[in-house]
Design a protein around this ligand. Structure first.
Ligand SMILES: NC(=O)c1ccc[n+]([C@@H]2O[C@H](COP(=O)([O-])OP(=O)(O)OC[C@H]3O[C@@H](n4cnc5c(N)ncnc54)[C@H](OP(=O)(O)O)[C@@H]3O)[C@@H](O)[C@H]2O)c1
Length: 343
């Protein structure tokens, strides 16, 4: 009877020595952490492959959501690219922007290229609440499957400090009306149609921005308006998913458009057409997305290696100021060269 007792004591002392040996405990913790990180990033990578690569081959049938798509800010940049891509995928498109001339031109281009119907509504989204009655009337009898809340603006002279914005009082109203109110009001108009008519199907795509993923000094108002768009989208998505409505927040980094002074496209800066094509592939697969693979990778790297405190440091502010001055000088030189060439 003394032998099993001795074995128990021996076993007990082995376990004790394992637990009390700091290097063994650290090895176990390290192995568990490694396993956790492998699982986490492995899952993220697989998801990114599914959302951004496989979706190119197994595309969601966007036509199945309804006959018409509505795009705000649809005559240039990302909005125009979304409108074109939606028509290419078989939807008729309602284009909403300020300039009647541009609306006519883009509508004619879409009709001739893709053979789909278009409807144009002229509206200035900086004007405030009164414009929505006419928009509601214009959209009344359409079977709308997709709404792209794309219209958005930055300060004319961005990046810069809050009080340095030109005509700040008007600037504040314009930015909030255009970036925030337009998203809420357009959703209020279109969502009931999507839920009613017994279709219980619809997609609302809201253009937020990477600058809405964290506070962004020197673009404070813009960044704050974009976090609104993201939170609005996420909350609404939870409220209406049971009714078959997909609400997606798209948070791009740089896309070459008028807003970004038509930056040269490269592996980091997307062409608007490529961005819209890739972003539309993610509908139904992701509720919050950077829109394309390149921006998803950039977002991941920023999130992981660019600590938040750096955004709030004077170092960051000075770098942005210097970059802004360089860019402004470059733009002024280009304009001067163009003027000289013309004359
Ligand atoms: N470009 C980027 O790198 C980037 C990155 C992140 C997020 N975003 C977001 O993506 C969206 C589109 O950006 P973008 O770069 O394509 O912009 P953009 O090149 O400036 O194009 C803006 C479009 O909206 C229309 N528009 C502008 N102001 C308007 C107003 N007050 N009322 C009605 N229509 C108006 C313009 O047409 P008219 O002049 O004819 O009205 C044009 O069709 C925005 O919400 C932006 O915040 C862009």
């Amino acid at each position: 009877s003394s032998v099993p007792g001795a074995q128990r004591r021996a076993g007990g002392s082995m376990a004790d020595s394992c637990c009390s040996d700091p290097s063994t405990v650290l090895t176990c913790l390290g192995a568990l952490t490694l396993l956790y990180l492998c699982l986490k990033y492995g899952w993220k990578t697989l998801n990114a492959v599914r959302i951004h690569i496989l979706s190119e081959f197994w595309r969601v049938d966007l036509k199945s959501y309804g006959e018409w798509a509505v795009v705000t800010g649809a005559t240039a940049g990302i909005g125009k690219a979304y409108a074109e891509e939606l028509a290419k995928r078989g939807l008729n498109v309602v284009l909403i922007s300020r300039s009647v001339e541009k609306l006519k031109r883009v509508a004619a281009e879409i009709e001739s290229r893709h053979g789909k119907k278009t409807l144009t509504l002229q509206a200035d989204f900086t004007a405030g609440s009164w414009i929505y009655e006419a928009i509601e009337l214009g959209l009344r009898d359409l079977n709308i499957g997709i709404l792209v809340n794309n219209v958005g603006m930055a300060y004319p002279e961005f990046p810069g400090c809050f009080l340095n914005a030109p005509k700040i009082e008007k600037g504040i109203n314009d930015l909030l009306n255009c970036n925030v109110l337009s998203v809420i009001q357009m959703t209020r108009i279109v969502l009931p149609q999507m839920i009613e008519r017994n279709r219980k199907k619809g997609v609302i795509i809201n253009l937020s921005s990477e600058s809405g993923a964290h506070p962004l000094p020197m673009m404070t108002m813009y960044s704050a308006s974009k976090v609104f768009v993201d939170f609005f989208s996420q909350g609404l998505s939870a409220e209406y998913q049971s009714k078959g409505i997909i609400i997606q927040s798209v948070m791009p980094l740089f896309v070459s458009t008028n807003m970004t002074h038509n930056l040269t496209t490269n592996v980091l800066v997307k062409k608007a057409e490529d961005f819209a094509r890739e972003a539309l592939n993610t509908v139904g697969l992701s509720r919050q997305t950077a829109g394309c693979l390149s921006h998803t990778i950039q977002h991941f790297l920023l999130d992981t290696f660019f600590p938040r405190w750096l955004y709030f440091s004077s170092f960051y502010i000075n770098v942005v100021k210097a970059w802004n001055q360089r860019e402004k000088k470059h733009r002024d030189n280009m304009t001067a060269t163009q003027r000289t060439r013309k004359s």
